[in-house]
Structure formats: C-alpha cells, structure tokens
Design a protein around this ligand. Structure first.
Ligand code: FAD
Ligand code: SF4
Length: 838
C-alpha cells in the first residue's frame, strides 16, 4: 500500500478527525505544488485569491462589490443558482415573484440610507419606486396606514386611539427629540460593535452627552422607553405589533436603540420597491463585482473552512476542490459557520454553547400567489400587514407584499403578484436533505398551512381564494434549501436583548483571517443592517490591504433614481435584437433552475445565467459566462441550429407562443462585447508541454483552456490555416471570415505555438511526440489501435468532419475540447486528486 494511503488510513482510525488529516496534507501541498487554475464544469478559476466569500446573500454581495471596486481579487461561492440569498426573485409563466425581501428601506435621501450610499460608492445605477406609506396594519377591525410623513402617521394613530392621544403625542415627542439630538446625522457605516476603541473615544470626546445617552439605551428594551409615556394596554399591544413587524420581536425583547431608530428613521428615509423586482438589486451587485474582475461560482457549496493552526487559509468545496485565500468572509449564518464550516477541533465548549444558545428569528411559511386584480378592494396598499392576535407573534401575523401595485411589469395586467409570509407553526419541518422532504406528508402539511393563511386573507379580501390563478407554497424547508437559513428562519438570530451588539457574531471573528457579514452579524433588521455589515467587513479588509476605505458621504454622482410606478408589461420585438430592446427580450427567460435549454446545449452553456445577466445590463458578465464554457461564442451563436437544440426545449414553449430567442441573444451579446468578456486570468506558466493535434474547434478549445491553466501548448495543424471545419463554414457563407479570425485570435493569444502544414499521419510519429510531451490531445480520431486509445498520455476527442457534418457537431467539438483540457489537467495534476477527500 502506498505510503500516503497508509498514513491516511492510520490517521483516520487513530484520530477519527478527517480534518486533522486535511491539515497535514495541506501543509505538504503548500511545499510541493505550484500555483495553478481550476477548471470546473462552469468556469476556470484560480486556486488562490486575496479574498474568498462564502455565499452570495446581500451582505456578501455588498462586501464583494466594495472590495472588487478597490481592486481586490476575489471569488464568491454560492450554492444556489442565482445571487441574492433571501433577496431573490423567480419567474413562472411570465410572472415575477419575490422570494423574500420586497419592502426596501435604505434608499432615501434623508435618514440612514446605506443602500443609496452603496450604489453611489459603486457608481451603479438603480431605479427605485418610492411609496407614500410603508404598509397598512389591519387589526381588531382597525386599519392604520404607516405614512412616510411622520406627522401624518401620528395623526392617523391619534384617530385610531382617540382615548390616549396625549400618551401618543408625548411618546412621539420623546422619540423625535431623541432622534434629532442623538441619531440624525450620526448614522454610520459600521455597527457600534465593530468600532475600534479609538473610534469610541473620539465619539465620547466629540459629544459626551450623546455618547452617554446612547450607552444608557444599550441596556434598555422598547418596553422600557415606552413605560414613562404609554400606559394604555391597547397601545402597548400596538407597539408590540410594531416591533414584531419591523424587528420580529415583541417590545419587551426589542433593544431600545433599535426601536427608537426604526420608529423614527424609517419615516425620514421612506420605503421603496426596486423597479424590476428584488432580483434587480442582487443582479446589480453581481454586475459591479464582475465588472471589477470578481468571480462568482454558483451551484457550489463550501463544506469546510481550512486552517493553518488558528489562521483561516482556504476553503474546501463539496466536490473536493480546495481554494486558498488570504482572507475569508462568511456570509452564511452563525450556526452554519460554527457548527459546519469551522473544524470542530478549533471550537471550545464555550463557543459551541454560545452559538447554540442563540435563538433564531421565526421560520416562515411563504406563499407566492397570482390573483385576479378585480378581487382587491380599491384602497389596498402595496404592503398589508394582518394581525389576528395582537398578544402573540403567530401564524395570524400575515405580511402581504403586492409589488405589482408599484411595478406592473411583473405580471399580466389583470393580475396582482403576491408574496405572503407568516410565522410557520411550531412543528418540525424536514431539512432539505431529509427523506421526508418532498414526501406526501410534507406536501399535505404545506397545503394545510397555505389553506389557513388563505382563510385569514379571505376574512379581509372576500373572494380572494376564487381569484387565485397560481399558488406556489414555500415552507421553512424551502427557505432553508435556497438560503441555508437554519430551520428556514427569516433573518438569522433574533435581534432581541442579549443577542444584540456585542453578543452577536462580529465582522472580525475570533480566528485570524476569518470575517463575517450578513444578518447574523450587525444589529438591525433586514437589508439596511445587512448592507452595513457588508460595508463594515469591506472596510476592515481594505484597511488590512492598505487600500482606501469607504466613507458615509461619498461625493459622487447620485446613482439612485426615483421613478413613478410602472403601469404595464412591455412586449418586446423578438425579431430584431438591439441594444434598446435586448434587456426586454432577455426578460422573457424564466431563469429555470434545472434549465432544459442548458441540458440540451451541446456546449452546456449556462443559458439562464447569461440571459439573466443580459436582463441586468451586465453584458460583460454575460459574455464571460458563455466564453468560460464556449470560447467560440460568436461563431457558435451564429451557426448553431437552436430549433433542434436549446430553443426546442425551452420551457417557454409550454405556456407561450414562442421560445426565448436564445440564439439571437447569444449572437448579439458575443458580437456586442466582441473584445470584452475574455477572462484575463492565466495561471503562472508551468513546465509541462502539451501537444494538441488538429486546430479545429476541439483542438483550439482544448489549447485555449490548457494555456490559461499555465501549460505550454504546441498546436499542430495539417492545413495551411487553423480553424478546421470553421474554414468550410466561411466558404459556405455561414459565417464571416472576420468573425472567425477575430475569435480565434483571442483564443490563441497567449501560451500557444501554432505549427501549420504539419500532419501527424501515423502511429510512429505519434509515439515520437509522446516522448517529448507530457500529454497529447488527438482530435478527429479515426479507428485507432487500443494501444493508442488507452495510452496514459493520450486523450482523444473532437469529430471527424465530412460533407454531411452539421453545425451541431461544431458545438459538440467545443465541448469535447473543454472536456479534454479538464482530463489532461486532472491527469497531470494528480496531486490535487490525491487530496480529494470525498
Ligand atoms: C420571506 C422573507 C421576507 C423578507 N422580507 C424582507 C423585507 O421586505 N425587507 C428587508 O429588508 N428584509 C427582508 N427579509 C430579510 C432579508 O431578506 C435578509 O435578512 C437578508 O436578505 C439576509 O442577507 P444575508 O447577507 O444574511 O444573506 P442570506 O440571504 O442569508 O444569504 C446567504 C447566502 O449564502 C449561501 N450560502 C450559505 N452557506 C453556504 C455555503 N456553505 N456554501 C455556499 N453558499 C452558501 C446561501 O445559499 C445564500 O444564498 C426577508 C426575509 C425573508 C426570508
Ligand atoms: S431559455 Fe432556458 S432558462 Fe430561459 S426559459 Fe427557456 S428553458 Fe428556461
């Protein structure tokens, strides 16, 4: 038995901790291996980055976009197929549903507005639709509208509680005074828990009274600050509801500072819907990351964070891939971080007890419903909040987002789209890995809960049930599946007293080089808090990398524009793809998770993800994702026969007249971005020489990827010109010569030596090459003796073209070439194979 395997087995048996083995192996790897890239099924990436970020939730995307903008080389790894975590949207039959967040604060010009500062810092444009009111609260037969204008809101409150007007007035006087004197103008991009001692001292000396006021509040609850003013039981219940709607805690649990800020500051900044859906926001951050050279790897899960002693230095993906990093940011929950990602032997009992003592926000049931517009009373608000029992946060607390009231481009004209959520009943929902998940019992349970929620809505909107045209039910298990939020909770640990500020997960963790962001960290609810967490961690890292940090008031062009509500769904002209209408055409794509178009693309291009990027105006990201699997992008986009392939299988065919015009979009984006979207990542050159025989699509593709992985390539071609079948395509006028020449020139620009007029005609010659090269890729194989077929150094692939060959085979050859590059890289890089632990 090899020395290595004996060591591994004995070590595993002796210690039973696989991660000790990993530590040992990694130390050896560091000494023995050279820097190289990783060619996985969707992308070619580096095996070492400045920063690796776990998850593409809003906190992580914020940190990633800010760091990438300052030139930090980074990789984000996301297990889902789209960016955004709990701030995503999905489509069904031309309806766009928001999965979670749909009520956006933080975009105002007044009050605290971290999202606006973010867009301005990144110089990324975003359109938002302001709302006159945040929501309407329906309880005990009363309806209270939360107007943006705080005085109007107080008047409304006074009308609803006429018997206690004085109490209300005095309480709001206190709140507004405190806000004016202590909070307004002092909003920070760093949570108080992340302030350095120097910062804290500076604040103390600058304004001692304010510092003392804030400090005093830290130990108080919302109930404590209400006590001197609010005596009425009904009013206390009302503020309980207010706390639970904003903070998911009752007043007694809610930290006073949080209540004070949300009760006042939300009115200063106002609430918004993001034009185009919640996904538009996440897509915009993805665009900023990719524009500045960052990489996002979807459909991959981080299994462990790797350490050298107590210093984090890399991550292990579920497929066994190891990626090293100078700094690692966790955007997942505190429980996933401590219980799964950090090796158990690095955690003390105290740390384990702490993390498991944290109480989570409630797990939610979420219904996505398309309903006939006619059933809604005319005064319905874009956000309705129903409370059945004001003494409890339970299933009767229903939040109903109706984004089509702000943006009717999300659905057909006669419908409203709803995202409805409420606390899930106290029962154990199966985790997505449990066998009960997707079982009949599970479906019945989901259906029962959905029925109860719909019954509650029906009490306020008669005929609601009759008006339903589409209903999709998400349980806490569904939330967990797409966001890895433990038990499907809405927002990480509760923002309650004892779990706030210093007792939450900090941006700088207890381990060197390991940082955190997202809703397990900064105090505050929802996206503004999560955005602050992204700023906080980005600024800490920028200081450590000696780069310029971000400030609260960047003097830059304002990128957030408020627009009027959108009235209709625009139908694009499909025949003619232009810069003006390309985003609208891309909007037809339903971004299918298991996209049938992709399964039927011979080159396995990530079609939904390139079209989603076009929709977001992320043109460079869109081409890059295509070229990472198919570098002959414009050529294939021009000559491919989509009616037999992707478009034939497009999901749109099941409900609309025409499929998404995938080929037109593919062709347009490749041609529009011609010189862009080529990855400039080439690994350091290594000492391995590869011979690629045949410079058709397969040989060119294989050579291109191997050259980017640092190999030295000799590309042999028997003809005078390279291109193989592509030259025939030019002759047959299927494609312009310039297009072929341009695309090939990008592919062979670095690390590839072209040897034309050189035919490798027999086995003898092949075996001569075999002595000189570390690996050979032989394209267009005819019948070959087994000796060659099974030779360690030789990889076969590509097609042999004839008069009858069609364009389909060109795309297949590209795939063969990429696969060959993967096989050769794996063979020559067997060290990495050895360290695969799965
Ligand atoms: C139904 C619902 C409605 C909401 N409504 C609002 C609202 O209207 N307004 C508001 O402000 N907030 C709202 N929120 C809360 C808000 O959406 C979240 O607090 C916020 O989006 C969380 O951001 P995050 O950075 O913590 O990332 P998360 O959203 O938690 O995302 C984390 C990401 O990391 C990925 N990930 C985790 N672990 C790994 C791993 N090991 N490997 C790879 N990937 C990993 C996950 O797949 C996920 O995509 C709502 C939440 C829900 C669920
Ligand atoms: S193009 Fe692909 S992802 Fe888009 S709707 Fe058609 S099948 Fe779905």
């Amino acid at each position: 038995m090899a020395k290595w395997s004996r060591f591994i087995i004995s070590h595993v048996i002796l210690d039973s901790s696989i991660f000790n083995v990993l530590h040992f192996l990694l130390k050896r790897i560091d000494r023995r291996y050279f820097l190289m890239g990783i060619l996985n099924s969707s992308i070619l990436m580096k095996d070492k980055y400045d920063v690796v970020i776990i998850g593409a939730g809003l906190g992580a995307l914020t940190a990633g976009a800010l760091l990438a903008k300052r030139g930090i080389e980074l990789l984000i790894i996301e297990q889902n197929y789209i960016p955004g975590g709990a701030c995503t949207s999905f489509k069904r039959e031309d309806r766009i549903f928001d999965s979670g967040a749909a009520l956006f604060f933080g975009f105002g010009k007044e009050g605290f507005h971290p999202e606006r500062i973010l867009m301005n810092s990144l110089q990324e444009e975003l359109e938002v639709i302001p709302r006159e009111a945040f929501f309407r609260l329906n309880f005990e037969g009363k309806i209270i509208t939360f107007h943006k204008d705080i005085n109007k809101f107080i008047e409304e409150l006074k009308k609803s509680f006429p018997e206690v007007q004085e109490q209300l007035e005095k309480f709001y006087d206190y709140l507004m005074n405190f806000y004016e004197n202590n909070i307004k103008g002092h909003e920070m991009l760093t949570s108080p828990s992340e302030l350095t001692i120097k910062d804290k001292l500076k604040m103390l000396f600058e304004n001692p009274k304010r510092a003392m006021n804030m400090r005093r509040l830290l130990k108080m609850s919302a109930k404590d600050i209400m006590a001197p003013y609010i005596k009425s039981k009904r009013l206390i219940e009302f503020f309980d509801m207010l706390c639970s709607s904003y903070i998911y805690c009752i007043a007694e649990e809610t930290p006073a500072i949080l209540a004070l800020t949300t009760f006042t500051d939300n009115h200063a900044g106002g609430s918004y819907y993001i034009a185009g859906s919640a996904q538009t926001y996440s897509n915009t951050l993805e665009k900023a990351i990719e524009k500045n050279g960052g990489t996002i790897l979807y459909r991959n899960k981080v299994k462990k964070i790797l350490f050298d002693g107590k210093k984090a230095n890399g991550i292990l993906l579920s497929d066994g891939t190891i990626i090293k990093a100078k700094k690692i940011i966790s955007g997942t929950t505190v429980w996933n971080l401590y219980n799964d990602l950090i090796p158990d032997d690095l955690l003390s009992k105290k740390q384990k007890n702490w993390v498991n003592s944290l109480e989570n926000t409630y797990p939610a049931m979420v219904l996505h419903i398309a309903v006939e517009k006619s059933v809604f009373p005319p005064d319905t608000s874009p956000v309705e909040y129903y409370v059945s029992d004001s003494s409890n946060i339970d299933m009767g607390d229903i939040t109903m987002y109706i984004p089509t009231m702000d943006d009717h481009s999300l659905a057909p004209q006669d419908e409203h789209i709803l995202t409805v959520f409420s606390p899930a009943p106290d029962q154990s929902w199966p985790s997505p890995n449990d066998p009960e998940y997707q079982s009949e019992d599970y479906y019945q349970s989901k259906k029962k809960q959905a029925d109860l929620i719909i019954d509650e809505i029906e009490k306020r909107i008669p005929n609601f049930r009759k008006g339903i045209r589409m209903l999709l039910i998400a349980s806490p298990s569904t939330i967990e599946r797409y966001t890895l939020k433990n038990e499907g909770c809405v927002g990480g640990p509760k923002q309650s007293i004892g779990q706030d500020l210093s007792n939450r997960l900090h941006a700088k963790t207890e381990w060197k080089n390991l940082y955190a962001c997202g809703d397990s960290t900064t105090m505050g609810m929802g996206l503004p808090a999560v955005t602050v967490s992204g700023f906080a961690v980005a600024n800490i890292l920028l200081r450590e990398f000696h780069k310029e940090i971000y400030k609260e008031n960047p003097i830059l062009k304002d990128q957030v524009s408020s627009i009027k509500s959108k009235k209709s769904y625009l139908i694009p002209d499909l025949k003619n793809v232009t810069l003006e209408n390309v985003k609208l055409i891309a909007r037809l794509c339903q971004h299918c998770q298991d996209a049938p178009c992709m399964a039927n693309c011979p080159a396995r291009i990530d079609i939904p993800n390139f079209i989603r990027r076009i929709e977001a105006g992320n043109f460079i990201g869109a081409t890059r994702i295509i070229r990472e699997t198919n570098p002959l992008s414009e050529i294939c986009g021009t000559i491919c026969s989509p009616d037999r392939l992707c478009q034939k299988h497009c999901y749109r065919n099941t409900f609309a007249k025409e499929p998404v015009p995938i080929q037109s979009l593919h062709k347009w984006i490749s041609s529009y971005t011609a010189n862009d979207g080529w990855s400039n990542y080439y690994s350091e050159e290594n000492d391995k020489n590869i011979a690629v025989i045949g410079a058709g699509p397969a040989g060119l593709t294989c050579a291109y990827f191997l050259a980017r992985l640092g190999y030295k390539i000799n590309l042999f071609e028997k003809c005078e010109n390279i291109g193989g079948i592509l030259l025939n395509c030019i002759e047959k006028k299927l494609i312009e010569k310039e297009v072929v020449e341009k695309e090939i020139s990008f592919m062979v620009s670095k690390g590839i030596k072209i040897i034309t007029n050189r035919e490798i005609s027999d086995e003898e010659e092949l075996f001569e090459l075999e002595k000189k090269y570390d690996a050979i890729f032989l394209t267009a194989p005819l019948s070959l003796p087994d000796e060659i077929k099974n030779h360690q150094k030789i990889t076969l692939g590509g097609r042999w073209y004839s008069e009858n060959s069609d364009q389909y085979e060109i795309v297949e050859s590209v795939r063969d070439g990429r696969k060959a590059a993967q096989t050769i890289h794996k063979k020559l890089n067997n060290l990495r194979e050895k360290f695969k632990l799965d």
